[in-house]
Ligand binder design. Structure first.
Ligand code: 1HE
Length: 275
């Protein structure tokens, strides 16, 4: 476990479009936006308006925002798909529904800025699909992960089959889905679902500290990590190396990179230190 003792910045509620979303509480502190899933009575279960509001928020982030933290209100991060919506859906609307989730979660993973998820309690089904669309996951000790789709007679539809095996492998996802196995925070960390595990109550502060650090990176470096890295991982080595060369040349030719390189050479930039 790691803890974070830095004081939390003050978050101010968003105004305008993003302040008017009823299922998401949006607030800003400097270059970091906080999007809190805000349907605790239903354990933040994701119905259609919820997915639409997530999509709206991610494509309308103010220019000044350079990183996002996503968390959940109440005892759980997210109980996944709102199951009451599924009961009367036909095959055509089922495909469109899944595609709506894909569009929203693509806006999270392949948007403009990196996203840190602060997880606690249940991170299940579509909640795990949302969490795995984020770039960094911080799990409090109370976190547990499951894919109850198997028990419910359905399949993942929010991008889980593409994103989750890339983190934990097909065999582990098969086990979670077929047997109903639930990973606790430590098992999730060992499997690769989270990058950090912290004590209960410390997840948000840790996520904000990470997001603040991320927001200070050159935007093109963050863009390259978000957009080039997963695509290169999907390419052949030869194609990946070619993509890497192009991305590297774009990043290092930005004025931002040149300023930062000069600062290091002139002794004005921080060294790499063991933490
Ligand atoms: C819900 C949902 C939901 C809670 N849809 N209403 N997801 C699941 O299969 C997980 C289902 N939920 C649970 O297993 C539990 O609710 C939790 C472990 C997450 C939390 O337990 P607990 O005891 O804190 O809460 P609760 O009493 O079960 O639920 C409180 C209320 O939230 C209750 O409603 P109420 O009107 O009786 O108060 C629940 O019915 C409601 N609720 N979860 C609808 N998921 C794009 S494909 C993705 C596919 C999936 O995500 S499948 C996995 C769905």
């Amino acid at each position: 476990m790691s803890s974070n003792t830095a004081p939390l910045p003050t978050f101010t509620p968003a105004q305008g479009l993003l302040g008017g979303l009823d299922l998401l509480a949006v607030s800003y502190a400097g270059a970091v936006a906080h999007l809190r899933l805000n349907r605790p009575a239903k354990r933040n279960a994701l119905n259609d308006p919820f997915i639409q509001q997530l999509h709206t928020a991610f494509v309308n982030l103010p220019e000044a925002i350079k990183a996002v933290v996503v968390s959940g209100e109440g005892d759980h991060f997210c109980a996944g798909l709102d199951l009451s919506e599924l009961v009367e859906r036909d095959i055509g609307s089922g495909v469109l529904h899944s595609r709506m989730w894909h569009a929203a979660f693509d806006a999270v993973q392949f948007g403009r800025v990196p996203v840190v998820a602060a997880l606690h309690g249940a991170v299940v089904g579509g909640g795990l699909e949302l969490a795995t669309s984020c770039h960094i996951r911080v799990a409090e000790a109370s976190t547990y992960y499951g894919l109850p789709e198997g028990q419910r007679g359905i399949f993942v539809g929010g991008g889980g089959s593409a994103r989750i095996p890339r983190l934990i492998g097909v065999a582990r996802m098969t086990d979670l889905m077929m047997t109903g196995r639930v990973y606790d925070a430590a098992e999730g960390q060992a499997a690769g679902l989270s990058q950090y595990v912290v004590a209960d109550g410390e997840g948000f502060a840790k996520a904000v500290a990470l997001a603040t650090r991320i927001a200070s990176n050159a935007p093109m470096s963050n863009f390259a990590v978000m957009h080039a890295l997963p695509r290169i991982a999907d390419q052949s080595q030869s194609d990946g190396l070619f993509t890497e060369s192009l991305m590297a040349a774009v990043a290092e030719s930005t004025p931002d990179a040149q300023d930062r390189l000069r600062a290091f050479l002139e002794g004005r930039a921080g060294k790499v230190v063991k933490q």
